[in-house]
Design a protein around this ligand. Structure first.
Ligand code: TMP
Length: 208
């Protein structure tokens, strides 16, 4: 049996990941591809509990290493309980964020030690890396405007514009350095976004 493909969706706040995710789900269903949709941090009962801890607003300063260890603790659970079993059974996995978010948020934006992230990734991922990462790229002012219109903002949504600029640039830099990335201009009208995403999916589906 062939292994399932692993697709991740990345982007800054307000980049339209939820809309893109439902478009991808519709595409996978119409192509009769067996898949699961999941997210990070989260994806299992325990990992979702860690997500809630991670995103909660609090008075206490959250140390950057604590952030990093929390997302990797959730990821360990997610990979072993959900991602690995699906891929091994030939089921495609579609994840809203994955390890690239750790490099960008805990690494670049929090100025964390990339070597520590490399070590954790090597330890935790067991080679389960995305076949395709779709980066939804949108200028920060547009993304933040979209987020403002939402009822609830979390601890990271409330970071400074500079933080979000760093996030955007770090994603673009990672995309330029890794072959599994495809950048989609998420500021264009939705039909254009969907068209570009479909091109990425067709490319992956035809790849052997
Ligand atoms: P989202 O549902 O808007 O994607 O929220 C998840 C938040 O968690 C987002 O602000 C990015 C952040 N995050 C990290 O900081 N590190 C990570 O490794 C992951 C997966 C997410």
């Amino acid at each position: 049996m062939s292994k399932g493909r692993f697709i991740t969706l990345e982007g800054g706040e307000g980049s339209g990941k939820s809309t893109a995710l439902s478009f991808i789900e519709t595409w996978l269903t119409s192509h009769k591809i067996d898949y699961i949709a999941t997210r990070e941090p989260g994806g299992t009962e325990l990992a979702e509990e860690i997500r809630a801890l991670f995103l909660q607003e609090r008075e206490e300063k959250v140390h950057e290493l604590t952030e990093l260890l929390l997302v990797f603790a959730a990821r360990t659970q997610h990979i072993n309980e959900k991602i690995k079993p699906a891929i091994e059974q030939g089921v495609w996995v579609l994840s809203d964020r994955f390890v690239d978010s750790s490099y960008v948020y805990q690494g670049a934006a929090r100025s964390g030690d990339i070597k520590k992230i490399d070590i954790l990734a090597d330890w935790v991922l067991e080679g389960y890396l995305p076949d395709l990462t779709i980066l939804l790229d949108v200028p920060v002012e547009i993304g933040l405007k979209r987020v403002e219109q939402r009822a609830k903002n979390d601890r990271l949504d409330r970071e400074s514009v500079r933080f979000h600029e760093t996030v955007r640039n770090a994603f673009l830099e990672r995309a330029s350095q890794h072959d599994h990335y495809k950048i989609v201009d998420a500021s264009q009208p939705i039909l254009g976004v969907n068209h570009d995403i479909e091109m990425c999916l067709q490319y992956l589906n035809n790849k052997h």
